[in-house]
Design a binder for this molecule. Sequence first.
Ligand code: NDP
Length: 282
Amino acid sequence: KVIFASICVAFLAVKWTAPRFEAESLRGARVVVTGASTGIGEQMAYHYARFGAQIVITARREKVLQQVAEKCLSLGAQKALYIAADMGSDSDPDKVVDFALEKLGGLDYLVLNHIGPSPFSMWDGDVEHTKWLMKVNFFSYIQMAWKAMSALEQSKGSLVVVSSLLGKMANPFVAPYASTKFALNGFFGALQHELAMKKSNVSISICTLGLIDTDSAMEKVRGVTNVPAYPATDAAMNIIITGATRQLELFYPWPTYLLTLTKDWFPSITNYIIQNSYNHIP
Ligand code: NDP
């Protein structure tokens, strides 16, 4: 109980001393959101729009992007542009950044959020799928980050990486997905140190999310686990605030932070809980 109370107090202290979010700072901000045709990315696009940002959204489905962009304009976005891109291609990640720099004249926020579809099941030895997923969920992130880095340096901008609790602690049925998220945490964690050591203007925020109620996530876990899912719109707002206040990390919902601690402190208990939180093997 004492340990739990101390952790909660420490966590709340960090929360209370975090920089204040000024919504006004996002008016006119030049933002790219990837994976914005649906789910958390779509919700982020709407929040940025309400703050009066200039947005470029991207995903593969052009028609859906067009509808999201129209809604962004109706919500108050200063600009809402879209570009269809497949992050599994070699050239599309660069193409998106070039498009945004040309249309917005610079960049303040690069929000990397997209993921390719991946099965929720026992690992079946499909190495090709894992390689492809690495390309979509990891290599395209580092390619876009590098391409945008000098523009972000000029604008004192922020790079926001949407990751997962599954990139901090291993769980069953998501081996390819989890490996891409572990890769993101390792890569961008290292980059955070490097940017700090060279006193760069660019901040990197790594966002660790628990289960969020997007259609794609719910479709996978429905009937398989009773782990609570949190609202995508709230997750999206928390990610935006974390980027705008240049914090290094977000844990949403906050108990995900406790889980990352308990896995190291009490590994056997954590493993027991993980393996017993599924109703059946999908
Ligand atoms: P969704 O599956 O709802 O959305 C994924 C987005 O990525 C869509 O816009 C999709 O659009 C796009 N996308 C898929 N494949 C490609 C591709 N090859 N090239 C370009 N874009 C692509 O994801 P969520 O909203 O659920 O998740 C968003 C982020 O949050 C992810 O990084 C995820 O890992 C993270 N997260 C989510 C959790 C959850 O429970 N939902 C939990 C923890 C982390 P299109 O099909 O049009 O290309």
